[in-house]
Unconditional design. Structure first.
Length: 382
């Protein structure tokens, strides 16, 4: 009978069913219906040592007469001929001996998830299908290419090079002391600012309660859509049938629904404050100065620095200095040209650049993939 728990969810129902089991003939390994007392294949009797088994999808017994036999009690074993007789039989169905000397088969409770008896030796697992030959070859080629590339990348060889061009760039980033116009809220104005004007403006809004209104609300509701039948143990009735207990666990899904609800509403009320426009003197980024060259010695451009204490309008200061160097080289073995800005992932320095002058020759280190990694700064000749 269905019932509800206090929290409103459906209670788990428990039901019981009588199902048909089976047994395996020890003589010929044939599978027989549980109630059969002799093997239908070879005629061997169902002896005391024969065990009953029950499949998960065993047929449910609904016939009233069959149910009565299942509930009558366990079969009994004749001590004279070892024949199995039903509980309703007063005499052995094999030799006619009286029941009072017979032994009843055991009624056994099997817990949920109990081990299922084997019906024969384990079947060998089917090996996975072999990979296609083309797939194996493709994987092998890819792996080989990766190994070759890795080897060449790690391998280093020395070769002679000649410097065929030099280029350098030096940049000075600057700032200029200027008067700029800015606007902020009154409580954020710097002390050194010169106020120009102010105006009353909306700085923010606050929410003011303004009654209630009916609004549509979307919500999620858990709806029962059925039950899951979960086995909760079984009893071997000793006569080829089993009594199986199931938990009928409610199954739900979530559905989106809408409803009208009353909610408090608010109105936005502006909050005003004074916005001040002012002049203030600040260091502002200005146009950098740049100088480039080739064979000449690198030098810094004129930054036009002007400094006063305290700073005056029009003063100029340096913010940062940047320099980049590049040499163009030719590999003597094949004439291939390279532009070198880094060696071993480090930028060329001024001292290195000054040594690598046009027309000089050096020994360089190349990777197996042809990448120039380093120039040895001991001249190999001119």
């Amino acid at each position: 009978m269905d019932s509800k728990k206090e929290n409103g969810s459906d209670e788990i129902r428990v039901i019981e069913e009588i199902v048909e089991g089976y047994w395996i003939c020890p003589n010929c390994n044939a599978k027989n219906r549980g109630a059969e007392q002799k093997c239908e294949a070879c005629g061997a009797i169902r002896g005391e040592d024969v065990q009953f088994h029950c499949d998960d999808n065993a047929p449910v017994i609904t016939d009233e007469a069959e149910l009565a036999k299942a509930k009558a009690g366990p079969d009994w074993i004749c001590p004279f001929c070892s024949n199995t007789s039903p509980a309703s039989a007063e005499n052995c169905t094999g030799c006619g001996s009286a029941r009072n000397s017979g032994k009843q088969r055991a009624v056994k409770e099997i817990p949920p998830g109990g081990a299922k008896p084997k019906t024969g030796p384990d079947k060998p697992k089917t090996p996975p299908p072999p990979m296609p030959a083309a797939f194996k070859i493709g994987c092998g080629i890819i792996l080989l290419l990766i190994l070759v590339a890795s080897f060449l990348s790690c391998r280093e060889t020395p070769e002679k090079i000649e410097i065929i061009d030099n280029q350098w760039t030096r940049i000075i980033e600057r700032q200029e002391y200027k008067t700029v116009e800015e606007s902020v809220w009154e409580d954020e104005v710097p002390q050194s600012a010169v106020k120009l004007s102010s105006s009353r403006e909306i700085r923010d809004y606050k929410q003011i309660p303004d009654g209630f209104e009916e609004v549509e609300e979307t919500y999620t509701e858990k709806v029962k859509v059925g039950e899951d039948k979960v086995e909760d143990g079984k009893i071997d009735l000793g006569n080829g049938r089993f009594q199986v207990k199931y938990k009928m666990v409610p199954k739900y899904k979530e559905e989106q629904r809408t409803r009208m609800v009353k909610k408090e509403k608010f109105r936005k009320e502006p909050i005003y404050a004074e916005k001040v426009t002012f002049n203030i003197n600040r260091w502002i980024d200005t146009k950098p100065v740049e100088l480039k060259g080739t064979q000449d010695e690198p030098k810094w451009p004129d930054a036009g620095v002007k400094k006063n204490t305290p700073p005056q309008i029009g003063d100029v200061s340096e913010k940062a200095r940047k320099e980049t160097y590049m040499v163009k080289v030719k590999r003597l073995s094949d004439g291939k040209e390279y532009e070198v800005k880094k060696m071993r992932d480090k930028e060329l320095t001024f001292d290195q650049f000054m040594k690598l002058r046009k027309g000089t020759q050096w020994e360089a280190i190349f990777s197996g993939l042809g990448e120039l990694r380093e120039i040895k700064l001991d001249p190999a000749g001119k």
